[in-house]
Design a binder for this molecule. Structure first.
Ligand code: NAP
Length: 244
């Protein structure tokens, strides 16, 4: 198995894309830390991952809290003895016209969607085993966007920049960093999007992907099959960004 003996932390792993990623990494042999906000949801996810045969631990972790991120890293080391993979997947999106977003609104999104990954990257540089990999879950909104989601689009664009910086500074530590840009993926976040509910943004069924399709790309980037891939941004969007 590609990820045997490796330990992975997946943030936002109790739902949607994160759950699919944690399940896939576990199926490929990794020991997985399910990091999320809600204990009951995270325990349920961990139970499903264990039933599929993987070793799994739960960390209740708000990625926007530096101390919680450090505790999560320590839990991974205490429980599994090493840290090889971090998938920065936890994210949130908020909706308002650009002029209505307050400073606090901006900080709420940036602190989760960008700083969460910054904090985990710092932990990786200090504690990850050489040969490790970071995968940042960005979005097609890092490149093209829609009305009413300015902080989210800015955070995801900055996450691509962070990925490049991490790949450069991680090289001497033997740490790779890559980003995945999902298109529209069938998760609670997609269907709760008011732009989609109101019809401001329309998505045809063939443009909606499955969480497993993102997980497959993440598993590749996390594995040694991607040993010469770092600093990359991989669109996994069914070709949406390629169209005029
Ligand atoms: P989701 O189903 O809403 O799952 C996100 C998970 O992250 C939830 O379990 C959520 O917990 C958790 N979370 C939120 N804030 C957190 C925090 N501060 N610390 C730790 N965990 C936190 O969303 P998803 O669609 O799977 O999205 C996963 C990632 O993919 C996000 O980064 C998103 O931006 C990105 N993405 C999604 C799509 C899409 O179409 N679905 C497209 C492009 C990119 P609660 O539910 O308890 O808040």
């Amino acid at each position: 198995m590609r990820l045997a003996e490796k330990t992975a932390i997946v943030t936002g792993a109790a739902s949607g894309i994160g759950l699919a990623v944690a399940t896939r990494l576990g199926a490929e042999g990794a020991r997985v830390v399910v990091a999320d906000l809600d204990q009951a949801k995270a325990e349920m996810a961990a139970q499903a991952i264990r039933q599929a045969g993987a070793d799994c631990a739960v960390a209740i972790c708000d990625v926007s809290e530096e101390t919680a991120v450090a505790r999560c890293r320590q839990l991974a080391l205490d429980r599994f003895g090493r840290l090889d993979i971090i998938v920065n997947n936890a994210g949130l999106i908020t909706f308002k016209p650009l002029e209505a977003f307050t400073g606090a609104d901006w900080l709420k999104v940036l602190s989760v969607d960008l700083l969460g990954a910054v904090y985990f990257t710092r932990e990786a540089f200090a504690h990850m085993t050489a040969g490790g990999a970071i995968v940042n879950i960005a979005s097609v909104h890092a490149v093209e966007t829609t009305p009413q989601v300015a902080p989210y689009a800015a955070a995801k664009a900055a996450l691509l920049s962070l990925t490049r910086s991490t790949s450069i500074e991680g090289r001497k530590r033997g740490i790779r960093a890559n980003a995945v840009l999902p298109g529209a993926i069938d998760t609670p976040m997609l269907w709760e999007n008011p732009n989609i509910k109101s019809g401001v943004e329309t998505i045809s069924p063939e443009d909606v992907g499955k969480p497993d399709q993102i997980a497959a790309a993440v598993a590749f980037l996390a594995s040694n099959d991607a040993a010469f891939v770092t600093g990359a941004a991989l669109n996994v969007d069914g070709g949406r960004l390629a169209r005029l």
